[in-house]
Design a binder for this molecule. Structure first.
Ligand code: XCC
Ligand code: SF4
Length: 645
């Protein structure tokens, strides 16, 4: 086993060796046992949509070219792509719906442990949605807002309210193409319908719906999740954070919260700060209570409260293998069933909390919004109990220091100051060329590629080229671990970006939040357009998105909504589930740009991906006419030498 090939993160390498030595299995081992994986599946050319199949297309053009029903390679790939986008959109959006239910309960006084923490945001959103605010109680406004938000998931008519936020030309384009997203549930149901046997069999039409369904996620379910979570739990502002397995404390009760929804983990965090529970932990022989997160539940708590992050997706089993985790409390999404095996080797208590996400033979403590803090306290007490049974621990020392919590509002404030909060300084610095552009690097960590390496190398290459990076998800954790979100990382940036970072006091890589918080990036892009000087639409901006380690269907939905919003999106070539050389591949990576301004690109090498993104950004800058000065300067040594010959 070559641990360096498995991961570029020293803490992960250390734990991989330890797990191998003690015969404990993890995702990398199980991947090895699967190899070689099905090549048809990887290329998206296997269809199991009906029972005349499964059918597969021969990629070498020697075998079957069509499924039993006659579906060709492009139809099969596009249908699989659409189903992935729909599943991804449903995951983010069902999370959003859960938040709305709690929000309404809070407003009606049925969830007493929740409150309105960001009143400014509540009122702003209420006004945006035409809700009367004058002379009304906050809870009354919130109740009405909650009902309207809930309708976004299942209303019979109309389109997503949040999509109204997009720049004018983008909205007009969506309208012209019939892409303005309708109710989230409708788009997901229609995606499943269209992709059944014998319905939509024109790949462009199928991808078209993948766009609309994904837009219902980004400008719908995800954005609603982000906004209402901010109202209830606070909008993120810059704060200190720490990331990696080194955040576990040997002498404290370590409670890991893992998954995606902050509804319960917020309560667990609050419970862990209660003096009575701290006293109970002390009585059990611990010096305190340490809550740490994994995956996007971690990102939610990190950006709002600076609660430490123990690791990203691939580190969940390794966290248990430290022996230092007393309770691993999971909500939903990205919870590996493999956890049920690894906890058997340790004292760690695994607890499920969502009725939607159960594990066999695992204790279930149902999250209940009416008594959420009580549930949180009960889980903390279970961790204190488990601490007493703790065996030997092995905690890697590594952890990265970071400044995190750059919501759209925080960026506005950092750049413009309290009284003239605006994106003007950002736009100005992009226009004068100190910052070339902005790139969102997001998404998962996949054992098929070296863990963390795609993200960290790409981000280093981007900031070196004076490109500001904004991050979410497990990619954010990967870069936080290596210190790229510390202000000192400005030293790794190009001279222009460095100057801006040092003047404003921001790191060159901004931690924005969880995967539903990619909606914050959509809002930030819109704000850049509104501020002026960088074109009329997101497609005009010198921006892009990238994910070189994607795993989940959610990443496909995110990628597609960025494409349909006008951005270039780069994925790892081998992880993109679309066979190269097909018409649908050609369409997604080229033809679609003529319709939507955005498109996909595939690249496995982080340096080449950075070059590709940089070239794209310069092209956008040229089109905006903000590159004139630079062109003159670009007469470098090489050009001079050419002249002499
Ligand atoms: Fe899951 Fe969001 Fe992917 Fe990480 S990044 S592996 S989705 S936790 Ni969203
Ligand atoms: Fe095969 Fe067509 Fe059925 Fe897919 S839908 S399994 S290609 S027969």
């Amino acid at each position: 086993m070559d641990v360096k090939k498995r991961s570029s993160d020293p803490a992960t390498q250390e734990m991989l060796k330890r797990m191998a030595d003690s015969g404990q299995e993890n995702a990398w081992d199980r991947l090895e046992a699967q190899e070689p994986q099905c090549g048809f599946g990887q290329l998206g050319i296997c269809c199991r949509v009906c029972n005349m199949g499964p059918c597969r297309i021969d990629p070498f053009g020697e075998g079957p070219e069509r499924g039993v029903c006659g579906a060709d390679v492009d139809t099969i790939i596009a249908r699989n792509f659409l189903r992935a986008a729909a599943a991804g959109a449903s995951a983010h959006s069902d999370h959003g719906r859960g938040v709305v239910h709690t929000f309404i309960a809070m407003a009606k006084g049925e969830a007493p442990d929740y409150a309105i923490k960001d009143r400014t945001k509540l009122l702003a959103l209420a006004r945006e949605w035409g809700i009367k605010t004058d002379g009304r109680k906050d809870t009354e406004i919130a109740a009405e807002l909650g009902e309207l938000a809930l309708a976004e998931f299942g209303k019979s008519y109309g389109t997503q309210r949040m999509a109204e936020r997009a720049p004018g030309p983008r909205k007009a384009l969506w309208k012209k193409l019939g892409l303005t997203p309708r109710a989230v549930d409708r788009e997901v149901v229609e995606a499943l319908h269209r992709s059944t046997m014998g319905v939509d069999q024109d790949y462009k039409s199928i991808i078209h719906h993948a766009s609309r369904c994904s837009l219902a996620d980004g400008w719908g379910g995800s954005m609603i999740a982000t906004e209402l979570q901010d109202i209830m739990f606070g909008t993120p502002y810059p704060k200190h954070g720490e990331m990696n397995l080194g955040v576990f404390k040997e002498d404290q009760v370590n409670l890991v919260v893992h998954g995606h929804e902050p509804l319960l983990s917020e309560m667990i965090a609050a419970a862990s700060a209660l003096p009575e529970l701290v006293a109970e932990a002390r009585a059990a022989g611990a010096s305190g209570l340490n809550v740490a997160g994994i995956c996007c539940t971690a990102n939610e708590l990190l950006v709002r409260h600076g609660i430490p992050v123990a690791g990203n997706f691939l580190q969940q089993e390794l966290a248990v293998a430290t022996g230092a985790v007393d309770v691993m409390c999971v909500d939903l999404q990205c919870i590996m069933q493999g956890l049920t095996e690894v906890v058997k080797c340790f004292h760690t208590k695994l607890i499920t909390t969502s009725e939607k996400a159960r594990l066999p033979n695992v204790e279930h403590v149902q999250m209940e919004e009416a008594r959420a803090l009580e549930v949180g306290k009960a889980i903390v007490r279970k961790a204190i109990e488990a601490f007493k049974n703790r065996g030997p621990v092995h905690i890697p020392k590594d952890k990265g220091e970071a400044v995190v919590g750059f919501s759209h509002e925080a960026i506005n404030y950092m750049l413009g100051g309290r009284f003239r909060a605006s994106y003007r300084p950002l736009n100005d610095n992009i226009m004068n060329g100190r910052i070339r552009g902005v790139v969102g690097v997001v998404g998962c960590t996949n054992p098929k590629v070296t863990h963390d390496e795609g993200h960290t190398r790409l981000v280093k290459e981007l900031i070196k080229r004076d490109i500001l990076v904004v991050m979410t998800g497990c990619a954010q954790i990967a870069c936080g671990k290596v210190g790229l979100m510390a202000p000192e990382a400005a030293a790794l940036a190009g001279p222009g970006l460095r100057e801006v970072c040092e003047t404003v006091g921001i790191p060159p890589v901004l931690a924005v939040g969880s995967c539903v918080d990619n909606s914050r990036i959509l809002v930030a892009c819109t704000e850049m357009v509104r501020e002026g000087g960088l074109g009329e639409d997101i497609a005009d901006l010198p921006v892009a998105g990238a994910c070189l380690e994607h795993i989940t269907e959610k990443a496909i939905a995110i990628g597609q909504y960025f494409v349909a919003s006008g951005a270039l999106v780069v994925f790892h070539e081998k992880l993109f589930p679309v066979m190269p050389g097909t018409a649908v591949h050609q369409y997604l990576t080229d033809g679609i740009a003529a319709e939507m301004g955005g498109k996909w690109a595939v690249e496995s090498d982080p340096v080449k991906a950075a070059e590709l993104i940089h070239a794209h950004i310069e092209k956008k800058r040229d089109a905006l006419g903000i590159n004139k000065e630079r062109e003159r300067k670009l007469f470098d040594m090489e050009d001079r030498q050419k002249l002499k010959v």
